[in-house]
Design a protein around this ligand. Structure first.
Ligand SMILES: Cc1ncc(COP(=O)(O)O)c(C=O)c1O
Length: 385
């Protein structure tokens, strides 16, 4: 168990080359900083590394099952962080959040059905329904206090679609907006009035960058929305464990939960290392994450200031996540991805998220790398005649 005052070093450069990292392999051998896919370059918390070593030391890696402790830890966490009373039996462990969207589409909808998805969002939201011959009904985005969120005026005017699915992302990726209580209360009311089922992807919920802010799981608001919600969370973004394939759904409604229960012949169980890491993360990870969020907040502050000094680029405030959503439209670039790769910075193209005016930059890395990226971007933009 870590000492509470231990200071963790997020400035440390971890060499991820030759570690089969998807993020780093893409640009292997080229002078391009990989700042695209959403994993961080921070070393995993020492106590999680130790838990994994301990498990690997046991020489048998046979079929495993979820310990009784892990759903209890998750329920305790919901109570402690969000005053949300979760029964540990509502927790369904899953090998990933993307797979959970797909399961939710199959569980709640039929081919031809419309599924609401935000117009600008993490790409698998946009592809999931189409995979099962369902149709995306895009919810337009609106800007409130420089925060990009779904347009609830528009949603409120839609005809009821009983039982149909609304896929929601809070904190919003991209953009990093954290939905406020009044916004969530309004959304919960619309979901209830229109008798929808809500998938709430809250995978970035622990990456809250300002101390005075608090994430609110929408299902925690009242028993009605709780009964209509599938809440998706994971230790993967917070604790940099994406390669271990461990996530979970919290589903209070018995019928919905049964429909989401994994068929092990289609969706594999979470593997034993993912479970061991999740348990260690939720048992002892709070202090590590507190320091991580502080570090990320400083990266964010630096980045917002530096990017907004570059003529033609604009970066709005970021409340959560380590993902900066940069408006590059004023540069008039034909192919923004290629332009920034040529500048030596590999970002995610906004096009994939639904808005080609933007590029998404991952600042979950040591500050020196963020500074290097800004410098490369600045020089390239200044070079446009
Ligand atoms: C909003 C969101 N949901 C889901 C995922 C992926 O989750 P998983 O790796 O558990 O499938 C990501 C990863 O970037 C994400 O940003």
């Amino acid at each position: 168990m870590p000492v509470m005052t231990e200071i963790f070093d997020f400035d440390q450069i971890v060499d991820r080359s030759n570690s089969d990292s998807a993020k780093w392999e893409r640009y292997q051998g080229r002078d391009i900083l990989p700042m695209w896919v959403a994993d961080s370059d921070f070393a995993v918390a020492p106590h999680i590394q130790q838990a994994l070593r301990d498990r690997v030391e046991h020489p048998v890696y046979g079929y495993t099952q979820v310990s009784a402790r892990l759903p209890e830890l998750i329920a305790e966490r919901m109570r402690r962080l969000y005053q949300w009373e979760v029964d540990p039996r509502w927790v369904v462990m899953l090998p990933g959040v993307i797979g959970a969207f797909y399961l939710a589409c199959r569980a709640t909808s039929e081919p031809g059905d419309l599924i609401y998805v935000p117009e600008v969002v993490y790409p698998p939201f946009l592809t999931g329904p189409g995979h099962y011959s369902m149709e995306n009904q895009k919810i337009p985005m609106s800007i409130r206090d420089q925060r990009m969120i779904i347009d609830m005026d528009w949603l409120e005017q839609q005809p009821p679609r009983p039982g149909r699915l609304l896929m929601f992302c809070n904190p919003q990726n991209p953009g990093g907006a954290m939905y406020r209580k009044d916004e969530l209360t309004r959304l919960a009311r619309i979901v209830e009035q229109q008798q929808l089922t809500l998938v709430s992807d809250e995978i970035h919920c622990d990456l809250v960058l300002d101390r005075d802010r608090r994430h609110i799981p929408i299902a925690s608001l009242n028993p009605q929305i709780e009964q209509r919600s599938i809440t998706l969370m994971a230790p993967s973004k917070t604790f940099n464990l994406a390669g271990l394939g461990c996530a979970f759904a919290i589903i209070a409604n018995d019928r919905l939960r049964r429909s989401m229960t994994v068929n092990p012949y289609i969706v594999p169980h979470v593997n034993l290392l993912g479970l061991a890491a999740a348990e260690a993360a939720y048992e002892f990870g709070d202090e590590w994450n507190r320091q991580q969020c502080e570090y990320l907040a400083a990266n964010r502050d630096y980045l917002i200031d530096a990017i907004n000094r570059i003529p033609g680029l604009r970066l709005a405030p970021i409340e959560s996540t380590y993902l900066a959503w940069i408006d590059v439209s004023a540069l008039g670039l034909e192919n923004p991805s290629r332009f920034f790769e040529n500048a030596g910075v590999g970002m995610s193209p906004g096009r994939d998220f639904g808005d080609s005016n933007y590029m998404r930059l991952n600042f979950g890395c040591p500050r020196s790398r963020v500074e290097d990226a800004v410098e490369r971007i600045r020089k390239a933009v200044e070079g446009i005649s």
